[in-house]
Design a binder for this molecule. Structure first.
Ligand SMILES: Nc1nc2c(ncn2[C@@H]2O[C@H](COP(=O)(O)OP(=O)(O)OP(=O)(O)O)[C@@H](O)[C@H]2O)c(=O)[nH]1
Ligand SMILES: [Mg+2]
Length: 318
């Protein structure tokens, strides 16, 4: 099992952290929160997964995949980098959308370093400019992502425009997908953190529970496998999460919430084909993440307008 959520820390918890470590940190050691922000679909979650070296955040080709603040912790000898992935910032106004954007803005308040992510393959658009303007006084580093699919001719003007929009920020072309240049990005990020001891135990990689991670992996597959057929209103609730160490088995039962009966049909698919495929792909990922066999059972339930219901949203941690 992954060491996910044994401790939570907030910025300013350095005293508690000293207690965790038991010894004073060496003078050059740094630690702090790095918040990844940007418009939807630029690759923030892919970059978080790559930087931490473990899949923690759902990724999909559809915008607005991330809904919650997701923490990934990278502990090295010289620094502990606490990366915070956020929902893409956009102008949507439904209750779900505004909660997502509020979660992103709140994470900015906690940040020691703000890392703006833009898409090097598409260049800078109006939404990127809006986000850049919103965080202009706080951004220290800009990752121009997807360098693997952007030519030099595309990257150079994008980097130049970023430098013009955000004078003084470090601009780094990277690829979250291939890992190209992420080491350089990490070096810059670590150097920008305040001096201090670790904020979390060195072996902890996330703040989210294993249940949450499981629900995100299932949701990622739903988003990925239903593509444009389904509006952006599915959620996954984990009903059972039971470890059976003697059998090296993890039993997960989950309910997929949709808003209409027609959507239920889309998720289930002809003769259950799609839900089987969603379940199979999610199970394979979960087995890799949790390093054990996984039994995954999925149900689909219609909950009318759940994405507008504050009570349901609260239950989902949104
Ligand atoms: N070629 C390429 N594709 C990438 C890279 N990073 C992300 N992608 C793709 O871009 C899409 C969006 O990636 P996400 O990581 O979900 O983007 P995000 O910024 O977290 O999106 P939201 O959560 O919706 O705000 C996915 O299809 C990724 O596979 C990259 O470095 N190169
Ligand atoms: Mg995301």
């Amino acid at each position: 099992m992954l060491p996910m959520s044994s401790t939570t820390a907030t910025p300013g918890d350095a005293h508690a952290a000293t207690a965790i470590q038991g010894t004073a940190a060496p003078a050059a050691h740094r630690a702090g929160f790095v918040t990844l922000v940007g418009r939807p679909n630029v690759g923030k979650s892919t970059l978080l997964n790559r930087l931490v070296g473990t899949k923690l955040a759902a990724v999909s080709a559809k915008p607005q995949t991330t809904r919650n603040r997701i923490v990934g912790i990278l502990t090295r000898s010289e620094a502990q980098i606490v990366l915070v992935d956020t929902p893409g910032i956009h102008g949507g106004s439904t209750p779900l959308n505004s909660r997502m954007v509020a979660a992103a803005r709140q994470s900015l308040g906690d940040a020691d370093v703000v890392l703006l992510v833009v898409d090097g393959a598409t260049g800078i658009g109006s939404l990127d400019r809006e986000v850049a303007a919103e965080v202009a006084t706080r951004v220290r580093i800009v990752a121009v992502n997807k360098s693997d699919v952007a030519t030099r001719q595309m990257l150079l003007p994008t980097c130049a425009e970023v430098a013009r929009l955000l004078p003084g920020a470090e601009v780094v072309p990277v690829s979250g997908l291939t890992g190209d240049n992420v080491e350089r990005l990490l070096t810059l990020v670590a150097a920008a953190l305040p001096a201090g001891p670790n904020l979390y135990p060195a072996e902890q990689v996330s703040e989210q529970s294993e249940r949450f991670l499981a629900s995100e992996i299932v949701r990622e597959q739903i988003v990925e496998q239903t593509r444009d057929e389904l509006p952006y209103t599915t959620a996954v609730v984990i009903d059972t999460f039971r470890e059976e160490p003697a059998r090296n088995l993890l039993v997960i039962q989950a309910t997929i919430l949709v808003e209409r009966a027609t959507q239920k049909g889309i998720v289930i698919g002809e003769r259950g084909r799609r839900i089987r495929s969603i379940g199979q792909a999610a199970r394979l990922q979960l087995e890799t993440i949790f390093a054990c066999r996984v039994f995954l059972e999925l149900h689909v339930k219609v909950v009318r307008e759940w994405s507008k219901d504050p009570r349901v949203l609260r239950e989902l941690g949104l």
